[in-house]
Every structure is written in C-alpha cells, then in structure tokens.
Design a protein around this ligand. Structure first.
Ligand code: ADP
Ligand code: MG
Length: 496
C-alpha cells in the first residue's frame, strides 16, 4: 500500500511535471499566436490610418471629381446625375400622395395627406417589408410584381382621412436608390445595380416603365409623378421642414449624397430650371481616389463581390460592408494564429455572415467582460469560449473599421461643402448650412456618427463647424418622394 502510494505519488509528480512542461510550451505557443494576432491587428490599423492631412486630400479629390462629373457625361467616376428636381418643396403642397422607397435591405410604402400652406403634414402612414433575397437576383418581373403587389395591399387600406378628389388618379413618388440616368422627373434608366442586387434584365431599362407595367398588371390605378433616389428624397423631405437644408447624405446599406447646385454651374446641363437651381444626385458611392486607405481585405472583398471595381468609397463607409471587412480580418487571424482554436470556425468562412448591426453591437459593448461580444460570437459565428483578450481584439477591429469609415464620410462631406462654398465663413453671413442625414448606419451606429461629426469639426475648425447643422431626417426619403410627387403633380400643370 505504502509502495503503491509512493509509485502513485511519483507518477503524479511526473504527471504534474509533464503537465507543467506542456502548459509552458502551450503558453509559449499561445504567446506566439497571440503576438501574431496583435501583429495582424496592428498592420491593419496602420493601413487604415488616415490623418487629417490625408482626409483633406480626400475632400479635395471629392471636389475635383464633382467638377469633372458636372462638366461632362462620363467625365468622372462621380456621375453627378441631374435629378430634374429644380424646385424643392415649399410647404404649400396639398393633397394625398404615395411614396415607395426601394433601396436595399428594406422597402417602404407610405401615404401622406398634405394640408397646404401653413398646415403641413396632416396624416402619414407607412408599412415596411424586406425584399426576399431570391428577388434581388431574379428577374425584373418578379421584383416589380412583388413591389406592386405590396403597394396594392397598402392602397387597399386607405382610410377616409385621406381625401383624393374625385376623378384624380393616385400619384406616387418612387424612391429608387440605385444609379439611374434620369431622362425626366418621371423616367430614368438603370445604369447598374449596387448593394447586392443583380437583375440583368433591368439594367438599361426605364425603371418607371417596369413599375408601371407591374401596377397595370395588378389593376392598380396609380401613376408615378416623381422618380428620385433616396438622397434627393431626403433633401426634399429636409427642405420641407427646414429652408436651410442644402444637401443630404445617406449612410445605410449603401452610401450616397445629393446637394443643391446652381443650374448655371452645370456645364453638361442646358435645360431649364424653374428656380435657377438643380438637385444633383452625386452617386458618391462610386468615388475613388489614390488617397483612400485601401487594404488587402478591401481589395479581396471588392474582387470577390458582385460589382468588382465599382463603389469603392461605398465599400469603405457603408453598412453593407463594414461587418464583412471585419469578418475577413478575423478569418485571417483564425487561419494564421488559431485564436479561435485549432480549427477555423466554419461560419467565419461565410461571406457577409457578420453584419454591421452585429459589429456595431459589439463595438458598443460597455460590459466589463464584453458579454455582448461573447454572445454575438456565439450567435453569429458559432464561436464559444473566447478569452477577454480575444474579445478586446474584436472590439478594437470594429473600432478601426468604423473610424476609417466615419472619417472618410466626413471628408466626403467636406468635399461637398467646398463645392458649395460653405467650408468657410463669409463676413457678416449668418447663413446656416443644414445637411439632412439618414440611413440605418448613421441612425443606429452611435460611435460611427459621433466620430463623423467630430472629424467634420476637426476638418472645418470650430467656427465654421458652428454654421453647419447635421440633422437626422428620419425616413425623409419616403416623405420627400411623396412631397416631390406633390410638387411635380400632373394636376398642377392642368391648373396653370
Ligand atoms: P437601406 O439603406 O437599405 O435603404 P436603412 O437606411 O434602413 O436601409 O439602412 C439599413 C442598413 O443600416 C443595414 O443594412 C445596416 O447595414 C445598417 N444598420 C442597421 N442597423 C444598424 C445598427 N444597429 N448598427 C449599425 N448599422 C446598422
Ligand atoms: Mg434607404
């Protein structure tokens, strides 16, 4: 018994000694892996870094491209599309109008009752549905018939508080947030899809004609009175509430901006303008410049995506892509350093599985043990048992990607302000410059929007920044489209 005990005791001692050696070796291996993970993080951080001087170069490049895009068709990666919106809502609009907002993840239908001068918005109702993923890459008929059917359902629920004068057709403002070459306020052809849509038979076609065909097929008696995109709609919606709104920026699934330009300053435009102004849909998502801090992860995401080479700026700043960039960095860490264990978690290999709302939630995690990060990793990537150190790396990654995006978005806004001559203060001028902002990313990703505003202040300087108001125009694009349908109503012409 005593002997046996001794033997066992030795065995234990040996076992303990062996275990200690294994732990030490593992720790060394782990430190190695750890160091490598930190190395990947640091390298990524350095590549993403964008000091103020460089942001100013990005802003200048944006201004230069704006000029080039206005000078001639195809003169720049910025299309600087003429929206045909030459008069923005005044507040005098009256009647019942519909809007349909198709732009990415969600699709909204709304109706408004406008009370006219001094009354404003009397009633407003909306409904929201998501686009079934199979329709995003299916056929034109399938997509537009689905949309028209949703619209018809909504119209059928119109209550008596909405007063459509007898003999009038219902009018619709159609917000279609993809690059469209407008040919009038009620027509435009799709140049190409973005944000994950890819339906070949719509490209080059008139999108209003496609929608009208689908509405007719369903017997829906309604006409499109304004075709706009979300930035133009947001600008119009913003202007209805505040006369100083001169630009709109969307940061949602994708990103874009619109602003008010003097018609005379548009060399490629020779048409009329009721107000002397013209709203320009910049399609700024397609901006590109050698000053953009692109990393290997951005290049790979672009090359493997649906629209390689396009929308490079959008791919750095908008909601569809921020989570995916983070996933790519995490995948490399998992492959090269095994921070998530010896096998690479299979979920991490799925493109776009990590969405920006998830990375935003992780970034905002204020708990001391990063509980939200832990939960998200489990829920989205099926990764469990992460150490606090690993979770901290993930938060830092979210921070790097969001900061880069927010800084670049601020630089873009500075570029637009420069083009409008609103980046400096003029003597005695108390003029406010209001920018209407919208989109799920701007609305919900607080760290992102805070960083954007702080960066803009840093770029402009405190005094000029005081003249700039960044206003959240919640779902302004839908209401804006309805307002533009009202200000471009076909019945207005009949009256005049
Ligand atoms: P869309 O741009 O598709 O018209 P939204 O303006 O509502 O629609 O924006 C939706 C996008 O906003 C989502 O695709 C997502 O990228 C982003 N988003 C939504 N919620 C959050 C959130 N909590 N944090 C960060 N981004 C978010
Ligand atoms: Mg939208």
């Amino acid at each position: 018994m005593g002997k046996a005990t001794v033997v066992v005791g030795c065995a234990v001692a040996v076992a303990v000694g062996l275990a200690a050696a294994v732990v030490v070796r593992r720790r060394m291996k782990k430190e190695g892996k750890w160091g490598k993970a930190m190395g990947i993080l640091k390298e990524f951080e350095e590549k993403c870094a964008i000091p103020v001087a460089k942001l100013k170069q990005v802003a200048d490049a944006m201004t230069v491209e704006m000029h080039a895009g206005l000078a001639s068709e195809g003169g720049s990666k910025l299309k600087m599309i003429i929206s045909y919106v030459d008069c923005l809502p005044t507040g005098d609009e009256e009647g019942v109008y519909y809007a349909l907002d198709l732009g990415g993840t969600n699709f909204r239908v709304l109706r408004v009752q406008l009370g006219g001068k001094g009354v404003g918005l009397v009633n407003q109702e909306f409904t929201e549905a998501s686009i079934p993923p199979n329709l995003m890459t299916g056929t034109s008929d399938a997509l537009f018939e689905y949309i028209a059917a949703e619209l018809a359902k909504f119209v059928a629920q119109e209550g008596p508080e909405y007063k459509l004068p007898p003999g009038r057709q219902r009018e619709l403002g159609f917000t279609f947030s993809f690059p469209v070459m407008q040919t009038s306020i009620t027509s435009g052809t799709l140049l190409r899809w973005t944000k994950g849509f890819s339906i070949d038979d719509v490209v080059g076609q008139d999108v209003v004609a496609q929608l009208s065909k689908a509405m007719q097929k369903l017997g829906l008696d309604m006409c499109v009175s304004a075709l706009v995109n979300d930035t133009v709609g947001t600008l119009a919606g913003g202007r209805y509430n505040n006369n100083d709104v001169v630009a709109a920026v969307i940061l949602g699934t994708g990103s874009n901006a619109a602003y008010v330009e003097r018609a005379q300053a548009i060399p490629k435009w020779h048409g009329p303008s009721k107000s002397g102004d013209m709203v320009i849909n910049m399609e700024w998502g397609n901006f590109r410049s050698s000053h953009l801090p692109l990393t290997d992860y951005d290049h790979a995401m672009d090359a493997e995506g649906l629209n390689p080479g396009d929308q490079i700026y959008e791919k750095m700043i908008s909601g569809m892509y921020l989570g995916e960039i983070i996933r790519r960095v995490l995948l490399r860490m998992a492959e090269e350093t095994a921070i998530f264990g010896d096998t690479v978690p299979p979920k991490l290999k799925e493109p776009f599985v990590l969405r920006t709302p998830d990375t935003s939630a992780m970034h905002h995690d204020a708990s001391s043990d990063l509980k939200v990060v832990d939960n998200k990793l489990k829920e989205v990537l099926e990764i469990s048992n992460t150490s606090l150190r690993v979770r901290k790396i993930i938060v830092e990654l979210c921070n790097i990607v969001a900061t880069r995006g927010a800084c670049l978005a601020a630089a873009g806004i500075l570029g637009v302000l420069k083009k409008m001559g609103r980046d400096t203060l003029k003597d005695g001028d108390q003029q406010k410059t209001v920018i209407a902002m919208d989109g799920g990313l701007y609305e919900h990703y607080t760290e992102f929007s805070k960083c954007l505003e702080n960066t803009l202040e840093e770029l402009l300087g405190e005094d000029v920044f005081k003249s700039i108001v960044i206003e959240h125009a919640n779902d302004g694009s839908g209401i804006g489209a309805a307002l533009l349908a009202a200000s471009h109503s076909k019945y207005l012409e009949d009256q005049s």
